[in-house]
Design a binder for this molecule. Structure first.
Ligand code: SAH
Length: 345
């Protein structure tokens, strides 16, 4: 085991067979978690970065089979936040100590490049000391460049699965893994800090697929890596499919920390949804970011990617205090600085 962990840490000399073996057994979990926490502490101490998540629209032109806000789901009560409403979320967040705002949404044609640039530059002007992250899906190079020039310096775009066949089973024909990858390399080329990642336990996923995900991430070298369990949604073609597990997600968080010591790795909302203390466990396995919800309480339930999503009720109006207590109890420390990624190759 020591050799496996050593190989994982030392520039990933682990071969696919060893990786598969690690992914398929719970025998080494405790050691993996401990090693991952040590690597995280060596690189980032006990710091946990916070990112204020603003889910600004649930309109989407795509029809991903797993996603609750897919175009074909007629049961979604669709909404869009105006620039003023988004700025109000940022103001609230700034007062609470957030120095990163993440604008996430479906791929909504209403938000033209011009509108996105206007929103981004509006935030940038008012909060020049804050980082602006976009998570708005697949665009062309010029669009990404215009958002960057307007002041967005980070972008989150999970590749979802790095296996072409698997990708086709999760998405309609109009979408392709090649385009998703093209987007990620364009974003890097422009100079964004880039986040990618995948769902754990999505329908039809095999261990070989997960190995491909890790290999793709080695090629991309993203600054941020977000993973979370797949969680079923009843109004999708995958209704009734099994959820991803806490165990496999934690094992992967630990493996990612060992393979990418520098990376910013969130303990995701999906992890907190499948288990009441999922995010705390994620932190203990190497995650070092949390993304509390800054969206208006009225719209939170409508950003319904999967069932039983946490932090959508009235009581969650102020996620910051709740998460701060959770992070402290887990033995870490929320910091409010901008939280850029550490230098890496
Ligand atoms: N439209 C943007 C944002 C997508 S939502 C984009 O294309 O990047 C953010 C992430 O939620 C997705 O990348 C996906 O990995 C995750 N997600 C969507 N449906 C999910 C589900 N049913 N269970 C778990 N995660 C899901």
């Amino acid at each position: 085991m020591d050799k496996l962990i050593y190989d994982l840490k030392n520039n990933n000399s682990l071969d696919d067979g060893d990786l598969k073996c690690l992914l398929e057994t719970d025998m080494y979990d405790e050691e993996l978690y401990k090693a991952a926490d040590a690597v995280r502490r060596a690189n980032y101490g006990d710091s946990v970065y916070i990112r204020g998540l603003i889910e600004f629209t649930n309109y989407c032109k795509n029809d991903c089979y797993y996603c609750g806000i897919r175009r074909s789901n007629n049961n979604v009560d669709r909404y869009r936040l105006s620039k003023e409403e988004i700025l109000a979320c940022c103001e609230n967040g700034y007062i609470l100590g957030y120095r990163t705002f993440v604008l996430q949404g479906g791929e909504a044609p209403y938000y033209t490049d011009e509108r996105i640039c206007d929103i981004v530059s509006g935030i940038h002007k008012l909060y020049p000391d804050c980082a602006i992250t976009l998570s708005i899906g697949e665009k062309n190079y010029e669009s990404y460049k215009s958002f960057f020039d307007a002041g967005a310096k980070r972008f989150l775009l999970r590749h979802e699965t790095a296996d072409d066949e698997h990708y086709k089973r999760l998405h309609p024909e109009s979408m392709s893994l090649d385009n998703r990858k093209r987007c990620l390399f364009d974003l890097k080329d422009i100079g964004y800090q880039v986040g990618s990642g995948f769902m754990v336990g999505s329908p039809y996923q095999t261990t070989d697929n997960l190995v491909s995900d890790l290999r793709f991430l080695q090629e991309l070298k993203p600054d941020m890596i977000g993973i979370g369990p797949y969680i079923n949604h009843k109004d999708t073609p995958f209704a009734g499919e099994k959820n991803g597990t806490l165990e496999l997600t934690l094992r992967l968080v630990a493996i990612l920390r060992l393979m990418f010591p520098y990376a910013l790795i969130p303990a995701t909302t999906a992890l907190g949804t499948i288990s009441p203390n999922g995010r705390e466990l994620g932190l203990k396995c190497g995650a070092n970011v949390v993304m509390p919800n800054l969206s208006p309480v009225e719209t939170r339930k409508k950003y319904d990617l999967y069932e039983n999503k946490i932090c959508t009720g009235e009581e969650a109006a102020e996620c910051r205090g709740c998460l701060e207590r959770r992070v402290t109890l887990a033995g870490y420390n929320i910091v409010t600085d901008i939280g850029d990624v550490k230098e890496h190759a």
